[in-house]
Design a protein around this ligand. Structure first.
Ligand code: GLC
Length: 496
C-alpha cells in the first residue's frame, strides 16, 4: 500500500469533498498493474477512435448546415430550429423589475432582475438543487415546486421591501428543453432532454402548466415570455457585447441560438411577419444526427450510453459533448479495460462499475493536475473508487480524458462553424457568447473550440471568438420579458 497523507481538499460541483494527496510511493503495493508500454498501446487504439481530423470536421459541418436549413424549412425536423418570437436584439435601454425562473438541468433558480438600461443590471437570486426523483415525477408537481420556491422568494423580497405588497411582476420563464412555440408565452414540450422524464409533460404547453401552479399558490407573477437558456444567453450577451451573433451552452446539455431573418424561416411564412424582421432561433442542435446516426463518429461507448439512456436514439450530438455524458464515456472505457483484465487486477472494482459514478468534473480535475506524480488522480481513484493506481495508469487516464474532452470541443466547433458558414459571418467575424459548466470550468475547452474552428476554416477561423457569456437564464430571460412587454405594448405582433 502506498503511503500517503492528505493535506488540502477540493470541493466538486456535486458538493462532495476530495482530499488531495501530498506524497505517494510507486509500484510497491504488491498488486499486478498495467505497464507503461501496455498503457501506451491501449492509448493508441483510443486515439484512433476519438480523434477528429480537419477533413472529417468539414464533412460534419456540411451535414450540420443541411440539417439547420431543413429545420428552418419544415416543422418536425430532427434539428427543430425553433422560432422563439424574440424579435431582434435588445436596445440596451430596457429597464424595470422582472422575475426570472430558470428550470435548468441541475438546479432551479429564481431571480429578481432590475434592468437599469445602458447594458447595466442588478440581480438577486435563490438556487435549489433538483433531486433525481423530481426529474422523474409528475410534471405538474415539478411546476408546483417551481411555484412554491418562487412564492417563498417573492415573500422574502416583499418583507425586505424590495417588491411592493400588491405588485404583480412580469416574469421570464427559462425552460431549457425543446418546446415548439406558437407565440412567446406558449411552448409545447417536444421531448425531455438531459435525463428528465417527468410524465404528463411532453406534448403539453409548459407555460399553461406553470400558470396553473402559480395560480394554485397565488403567486403574484405574470408569465410574459418562455425562453431557452441559449436564447436568453444570446440576448443577454448582446446586451453587454453587441458583436455577439451566436450563443452556446456547454453544460449538462449542449445547444445554440442565433438571430435569423424572418424571410429565411420558410416554415413560419404564413404568419405574415415582415420578412426583414429578425427573430432568434433556438436551434436545439443537441438533436443533430439523432435516430439515423449518419454523420457523427460514434464509438461503441457512445452507443452504449445512448442505448442505456432514457431516450435512446435522441440527442445524438449532445450525448457526445455535454457534461452529463463525458465522465460516463471515460468510465465505460475503464470498465472495458477492467473486464479485459488490463486494469486493477486483484482490486475490488464495484464502485467504478456503477453507471454515471464518474463525474465529468473528475476529467476536468485530472486534466488540470499540475503534479508530476498526478496526485489529484491518485486522490480521485482512491477516495471515490477505493482503487490504487500506478503513474503509468494515471497518465493513461489523463490522456483519455483529454481525448474525450477534445473530441467534445471539436464537435462543438463544427456546430458553431455550421451557423457561421450558413449566416456568412466568417469574413467579418463575430463573437459567440458561451456558458455552461463545461465551457466555464473545463481546462482548455474554449482553446480547443478555437483550434477546431481554425482546422475547419483555416486562418479565418480566428475571426470567430467565443467568450464567457452573461447569465442568459436570469438576466437574458428578464431582458426578453422586457422586450416582449415593450413590443406588445407598442402593438407589434401583439398575438405572437
Ligand atoms: C438541452 C436542451 C436545450 C438546452 C441545452 C443546454 O439540449 O434541450 O434546450 O438549451 O440542453 O442547457
Amino acid at each position: 500500500m502506498s503511503s500517503r497523507r492528505g493535506s488540502t481538499s477540493v470541493v466538486l460541483p456535486s458538493g462532495q469533498t476530495l482530499p488531495s494527496y501530498t506524497r505517494s510511493s510507486e509500484d510497491d503495493d504488491g498488486l499486478p498493474h498495467a505497464t507503461k508500454k501496455k498503457m501506451a498501446d491501449h492509448l493508441r487504439k483510443y486515439e484512433a477512435l476519438f480523434t477528429l481530423t480537419p477533413q472529417r470536421m468539414r464533412i460534419i459541418v456540411e451535414a450540420f448546415k443541411e440539417s439547420l436549413e431543413l429545420g428552418l424549412a419544415k416543422h418536425g425536423q430532427v434539428v427543430p430550429m425553433i422560432p422563439t418570437y424574440v424579435f431582434g436584439w435588445p436596445s440596451g435601454k430596457e429597464t424595470g423589475n422582472y422575475l426570472a425562473v430558470d428550470l435548468g438541468g441541475t438546479n432551479l433558480r429564481v431571480c429578481l432582475v432590475t434592468l437599469q438600461g445602458d447594458g447595466k443590471f442588478e440581480i438577486t437570486q435563490s438556487k435549489y438543487r433538483l433531486s433525481e426523483e423530481q426529474k422523474q415525477e409528475d410534471g405538474q408537481k415539478l411546476f408546483d415546486f417551481c411555484a412554491e420556491c418562487l412564492k417563498a422568494f417573492i415573500d422574502s423580497n416583499i418583507e425586505a421591501g424590495v417588491i411592493g405588497q400588491d405588485q404583480v411582476l412580469p416574469l421570464g420563464f427559462t425552460f431549457s428543453y425543446p418546446c415548439s412555440q406558437d407565440r412567446i408565452d406558449h411552448g409545447v414540450l417536444i421531448r425531455w432532454t438531459k435525463g428528465f422524464g417527468a410524465p404528463n409533460t411532453e406534448g403539453h404547453d409548459v407555460v399553461a402548466m406553470f400558470r396553473q401552479s402559480l395560480a394554485k399558490y397565488s403567486v403574484p407573477a405574470d408569465v410574459v415570455a418562455l425562453t431557452c437558456d441559449t436564447t436568453g444567453t444570446l440576448i443577454a450577451s448582446h446586451y453587454v457585447n453587441p458583436k455577439t451573433r451566436i450563443a452556446c451552452i456547454f453544460g449538462t446539455g449542449c445547444n445554440a441560438a442565433y438571430m435569423e431573418r424572418v424571410g429565411d424561416i420558410p416554415k413560419i411564412a404564413q404568419l405574415g411577419i415582415d420578412p426583414n424582421a429578425e427573430m432568434a432561433i433556438n436551434c436545439e442542435w443537441g438533436a443533430f444526427d439523432s435516430f439515423e446516426h449518419e454523420n457523427l463518429p460514434r464509438t461503441k461507448y457512445d452507443i452504449t450510453i445512448d442505448e442505456t439512456s432514457n431516450k435512446p436514439g435522441e440527442q445524438a450530438f449532445e450525448k457526445l459533448i455535454s457534461g452529463r455524458y463525458l465522465g460516463e464515456i471515460l468510465r465505460l472505457i475503464i470498465c472495458e479495460l477492467i473486464d479485459e483484465g488490463v486494469l486493477f487486477l486483484g482490486q475490488n472494482t464495484y464502485k467504478i462499475e456503477i453507471p454515471y459514478s464518474f463525474d465529468t468534473a473528475f476529467l476536468s480535475l485530472m486534466e488540470s493536475d499540475p503534479t508530476d506524480e498526478l496526485l489529484m488522480i491518485i486522490g480521485i481513484f482512491s477516495h471515490f473508487f477505493a482503487l490504487e493506481t500506478t503513474l503509468a495508469e494515471r497518465q493513461f487516464f489523463r490522456a483519455l480524458a483529454k481525448l474525450v474532452a477534445r473530441r467534445a470541443a471539436r464537435l462543438s466547433a463544427c456546430g458553431i462553424a455550421a451557423i457561421v458558414s450558413k449566416m456568412g459571418y466568417l469574413e467579418e467575424g463575430c463573437c459567440v457568447g458561451a456558458d455552461g459548466s463545461l465551457y466555464n470550468k473545463y481546462p482548455m475547452f474554449a482553446e480547443r473550440i478555437h483550434e477546431g474552428l481554425q482546422d475547419i476554416f483555416g486562418e479565418k477561423g480566428k475571426n470567430i471568438v467565443t467568450y464567457h457569456a452573461e447569465d442568459g437564464s436570469g438576466i437574458g430571460s428578464a431582458i426578453v420579458a422586457a422586450m416582449t412587454k415593450a413590443r406588445r405594448d407598442a402593438g407589434i405582433y401583439p398575438n405572437l
